[in-house]
Design a protein. Structure first.
Length: 215
């Protein structure tokens, strides 16, 4: 591997940096976007069961908030109803919508960086190819003779950087598309959970008594 890096020349170092950062981001997202950390399958049903008769205590809501991303969204709705017993449907939906935006923003963390690596790696490989071509032309002497060592080094720089750029970009693009799809699935799950919670929580909202019309 060291000999390949030496043959690829200095343009390979930005690609190596991209590969290290990209691998770290893929591992981090694989750990962070696990289902049990985002939207446990049975969590919504458990919350609906617990809140069937009354709103839970503050410590229960705090545990729900620490459970997962979905738990954070549901806990936000529960706190809104507890804080304002006269909350109306539009306000409650807005609370859930804002909580969902914050959660989706958390899920999308580092995805732009991973997408940038997928787009930039082929360009960095192309840059290395151009550097190699420059060295190839630089190996040609004015008299027509060529330096075989410089010619071989220029070809190595061009080919290795092109290959490294593609090797980094293709997995990074696949990972980016995969994580983007996972985030979209989780966003839909959060939205559906909020839709189920809104009418359920409105049962605990107090209704203002209608005003008696003046005679």
């Amino acid at each position: 591997m060291l000999s390949i890096i030496q043959a690829a020349g200095w343009p390979i170092w930005p690609l190596i940096l991209c590969s290290v950062v990209g691998l770290a981001l893929v591992v981090e997202r694989l750990i962070s976007l696990r289902e049990r950390r985002i939207a446990p399958p049975k969590l919504l049903d458990e919350v609906l069961t617990v809140t069937r008769q009354s709103l839970p205590a503050a410590d229960v809501v705090a545990k729900l908030n620490d459970n997962s991303v979905l738990g954070q969204v549901l806990a936000t709705g529960l706190r809104a109803v507890s804080a304002d017993p006269r909350i109306n449907e539009s306000t409650l939906r807005l609370v859930f919508e804002n909580a969902g935006r914050v959660s989706v923003h958390q899920l999308e963390r580092y995805l732009n960086t991973l997408g940038t690596i997928a787009a930039a790696a082929p360009l960095l490989g192309l840059f290395g190819t151009v550097v190699g071509m420059i060295e190839i032309f630089g190996s040609q002497a004015p008299t027509g003779a060529s330096n075989p060592a410089l010619l071989a080094h220029g070809i190595s720089v061009a080919l290795y950087n092109t290959a490294f750029g593609l090797i980094i970009a293709i997995p990074a693009l696949i990972a980016y598309r995969y994580f983007r799809g996972r985030v979209d699935e989780y966003a839909l799950a959060l939205e559906q959970a909020a839709e189920r919670m809104v009418p359920h929580l409105l049962r605990f909202a107090l209704r203002s008594a209608p005003s008696t019309p003046a005679v």
